[in-house]
Design a protein around this ligand. Structure first.
Ligand SMILES: C[S@@+](CC[C@H](N)C(=O)[O-])C[C@H]1O[C@@H](n2cnc3c(N)ncnc32)[C@H](O)[C@@H]1O
Length: 204
């Protein structure tokens, strides 16, 4: 009995240490572990993203860190063929996967670009809006990423940040608000509870 309790304590300790290490050393979810982004996302649902992002037909939107396209295909459909969705990811295989899924669904308005969100290759004020879901915490300099998003979104545009507690890279609403303020954005509203929500940031 004592041995079992001891072993459990060691395992739990190791898990906590690993989670803490992971938070301090952010890195992209490897393509080989894409299973984790393909399972249903509780609380941060596609319907809630739609409510937060309020996409309009014909708009140009940007998604950072699409993974395998959990949200991308629906967003591309919401803006319609007159609109466009740029997807931007560190990993080419994530982009290829999303584009292949889009092609299977007959969606042709998604443009992939590979790169690091800390320095975006887009002109200022390119997009009507942008979003990133369970991605901000994987980026080493989160402030730089939010600043870059603020730069490439048009005045009056919105940036939606989706976060879910339990993700080892979870970013709290307080931290999101601090990044927003530093980038000159206002926190407009949050959809969902603090532990699993979309925060809408607005560029003045
Ligand atoms: C946890 S996945 C989230 C995927 C998707 N948003 C979802 O909710 O299913 C994070 C994604 O962000 C990408 N990513 C991580 N760091 C990045 C960075 N610095 N620049 C661009 N993309 C990054 C990863 O490659 C991965 O595709």
């Amino acid at each position: 009995m004592k041995k079992t309790v001891g072993a459990t304590a060691v395992i739990l300790g190791a898990l906590v240490a690993a989670a803490l290490w992971w938070r301090k050393n952010p890195s992209a979810c490897p393509y080989g572990q894409r299973f984790w982004v393909e399972v249903p996302h509780p609380l941060i649902t596609r319907d809630r993203l739609r409510e937060a992002l309020a996409p309009q037909t014909g708009e140009s939107l940007l998604e950072i860190g699409p993974g395998t396209g959990y949200y991308s295909l629906d967003v591309a459909e919401w803006v319609g063929p007159e609109g466009s969705l740029d997807i931007f990811d560190l990993q080419q295989r994530m982009l290829d996967h999303t584009v292949a899924r889009a092609a299977e669904r007959g969606i042709g308005n998604i443009q992939p670009t590979r790169g690091d969100a800390q320095e975006l290759p887009y002109e200022p004020a390119t997009f009507h809006g942008a979003y990133l879901v369970i991605t901000l915490g994987e980026i080493p300099d989160q402030s730089a990423a939010i600043r870059e998003l603020a730069r490439v979104v048009r005045p009056g545009g919105r940036i939606v940040v989706g976060e879910l507690m339990g993700d080892p890279h979870w970013v709290s609403p307080k931290a999101i608000a601090a990044h927003a303020e530093a980038a000159g954005l206002t926190v407009e509203r949050r959809i969902g509870p603090w532990f699993g929500s979309f925060t809408v940031l607005r560029k003045p």
